[in-house]
Write a protein that binds this ligand. Structure first.
Ligand code: F6R
Length: 624
């Protein structure tokens, strides 16, 4: 939710801050694309350009108005996902202070902006935007102009940070100190990039991965000052603290399209690797191991109940965790949308394990659910794709998915990696609690390890699915049905279609159809049916075959995803998409993939030409 970037070039660097900043914004755009803006700071001067809409609008505006005025070595920039105030030019960041000397970019929400705004107005300053963020620019200018912090950017910025409430990352710069950027964070991300030719700031490493792999994470309520050749970390009172240096293990190619026409398509094809890399290293010497395990096997044995909390696609992966954990571990599992979890006062105690699933590790709803669970004494296990993000930091144990950077806003490879990781969690619990023999655990792990090769086979369906979608054309609606683990897949298929094609779509448990939704079926309505393996539970399979017949009899166009060799469904499928055989519980790792292709192409048919950035969405949702 909003991407922020900052850069100061070293004395020997000949690169223009404007170019580095715009390049960083391009890599950060997936975090928000309601508007974009950049400020270049030079001695006594701040040059700002900002524009509503995607980054391309800003680039065009800069090309038209001229680049020569952007001369400084330092810049701060922003891509916005609007919270306070419409996505127009005025509300776009950066925000400049009343005296034209201070400039800020902000990600998050300043909860006490109303009293701060009133105070600034009382001082005679007229605010120009509808944002909560603008107050930070004026507060900085006021603190820099007079009083105990006058003439000191670092002290002034820290004084502003101490006054802000809410979740925020703010970057502060001042025309009178162009060689310095101060930044602070609370509950939203900020990473420092340590380059040979300059220092970087970013909401995530994608902003500077082209320039350096050396990065530093900051703790909660910490600030950093960057200059041309160094950085210092401190708390909001200015007391020096330690950042956490790390080396980025994603390569630049992972953050680029690599010949595909969209990041989403590239990421669909990266799914075998995402699942393979997530599984790697978690079955060692006959034992399932997590990444950061601050929970002992004894702690896991004491667990009496599991909650899975997550949002969106991550929530669908959590639904699958429920099937796996209940089956393998015989523990009751509740799965809950994270934004609902803490408001209904769930029963939590020391014997409760809360599994929080999040690609970004920043999702505010999931983070708050984690905090609530911890306050009630529950233990928290995070499944996360982003090293060092807030959710794994606050968890008692972590299992990282290794999907690499996911740039397409609609989750694909991160979702499959989450499903695989959730299954590892299930096996780790079964191992600790002795509900499965070690050879059974090994067999299941080996079956999981066969999945990436099977996903490769499913990827071969691409052209068939794209042709099918093109034939469907710009449909107004679509239904998705599944039973057992096919049900979360149906939900995920419907979500992908809604967010990409902007059409109504719904997923149902197939058995629920006749309790209402069957009334929606009419001639030619496309209905996707995810069919469980006929080798698995016979009862599941035969029931869904009956369901397909029911909808077919009422005129629906049945698009059936079934295992190779499943002859029973063939007569009732208008379109049959065959996937390799695999154990029932693992099938979602295969059956989801054709639905990703389907939604991408139907989106194109419905007029969405940029599937990487669906309207109104952002990659990481750092507000509740
Ligand atoms: C859908 C999608 C979202 C995310 C959700 C949670 O394609 O990407 O529904 O799954 O916003 O995000 P994370 O996993 O970052 O917590």
């Amino acid at each position: 939710m909003c991407g922020i970037v900052g850069y100061i070039g070293s004395a020997r660097s000949s690169a223009k801050a404007l170019d580095i900043g715009l390049e960083a914004l391009a890599r950060m755009e997936y975090r928000g694309y309601d508007s974009a803006g950049i400020a270049v700071i030079s001695d006594g001067d701040i040059e700002v350009e900002k524009k509503a809409g995607k980054l391309a609008n800003l680039q065009q505006q800069i090309a038209e108005t001229g680049r020569d005025r952007f001369n400084g070595k330092a810049c701060i920039g922003h891509t916005r996902w609007a919270t306070h105030g419409r996505p127009n030019d005025v509300n776009a960041h950066p925000h400049v202070s009343f005296d034209g000397k201070a400039v800020i970019v902000h990600n998050g929400i300043i909860e006490n902006f109303a009293p701060l705004r009133a105070e600034i107005e009382a001082a005679g300053v007229e605010l120009t935007s509808e944002t909560d963020s603008e107050v930070a620019a004026h507060l900085l200018a006021l603190a820099y102009a007079a009083g105990p912090t006058a003439g000191d950017l670092e002290a002034s910025a820290l004084s502003v940070l101490r006054r802000l409430e809410g979740a925020f990352t703010v970057l502060f710069a001042h025309a009178d100190e162009p060689g310095k950027i101060v930044a602070g964070r609370r509950s939203t991300p900020l990473i420092v990039g340590v380059g040979e030719d300059g220092m970087f700031l970013g909401s995530d490493v994608a902003g500077f991965i082209a320039h350096t792999r050396e990065a530093v994470e900051l703790d909660e309520n910490n600030a950093v000052v960057i200059t041309a050749d160094g950085y210092r970390v401190m708390d909001f009172d200015g007391t020096p603290t330690e950042g956490r240096p790390f080396t980025i293990d994603w390569d630049l190619a992972a953050a680029e399209k690599g010949g595909f026409d969209s990041f989403m398509m590239k990421e669909i094809f990266e799914q075998p690797a995402a699942v393979r890399d997530t599984l790697a290293g978690h079955y060692v010497d006959g034992r399932v191991v997590l990444d950061e395990q601050r929970l002992s096997d004894d702690d896991l044995r004491q667990v009496e109940k599991v909650f899975v909390v997550a949002c969106g696609s991550a929530y669908h992966s959590g639904l699958l965790a429920k099937y796996a954990i209940e089956h393998w571990v015989r523990l009751p599992v509740e799965i809950e949308v994270a934004s609902e979890f803490r408001y209904r006062d769930p029963v939590l105690d020391r014997q409760t394990l809360v599994v929080a699933v999040s690609q970004s590790g920043e999702t505010a709803d999931t983070l708050e659910a984690v905090r609530h669970a911890k306050k009630q004494g529950a233990r928290v296990l995070a499944v996360c794709n982003t090293n060092g993000s807030q959710i794994p930091r606050e968890a008692d144990a972590v299992l990282y998915t290794h999907a690499g950077p996911e740039i397409g806003v609609a989750s694909t490879k991160a979702f499959l990696a989450q499903v695989a990781a959730n299954y590892i969690v299930g096996l780790a619990l079964a191992q600790a609690r002795g509900t499965k023999f070690s050879d059974e655990i090994e067999t299941t792990y080996r079956q999981l390890e066969e999945i990436p090769g099977k996903i490769e086979k499913v990827l071969e369906l691409k052209d068939t699915v794209l042709e099918l979608a093109a034939e469907l054309g710009p449909i107004p609606t679509m239904l998705f049905l599944g039973r057992h683990v096919g049900y979360p897949v149906a939900l995920e298929g419907a979500l992908k279609l809604k967010e990409l094609a902007y059409i109504h779509a719904e997923g149902f448990p197939a058995g629920e159809l006749k309790h209402g939704p069957i009334a929606l079926i009419e001639d030619d309505l496309p209905v996707v049916v995810v069919v469980p393996s006929p080798q698995g539970r016979e009862i599941l399979h035969s029931k869904i075959v009956t369901n397909i017949q029911e909808i077919r009899a009422r005129g629906a166009r049945t698009i059936v995803i079934a295992e190779e060799g499943d002859e029973a469904v063939r007569p009732f499928a208008n379109d049959l998409l065959e996937i390799p055989q695999c154990p029932t519980l693992l099938q979602p790792l295969l059956s989801t993939v054709p639905l990703q292709f389907l939604s991408a192409e139907i989106a194109r048919q419905c007029g969405n030409t940029d599937i990487d950035k669906p309207r109104n969405l952002a990659k990481s949702v750092t507000v509740e």
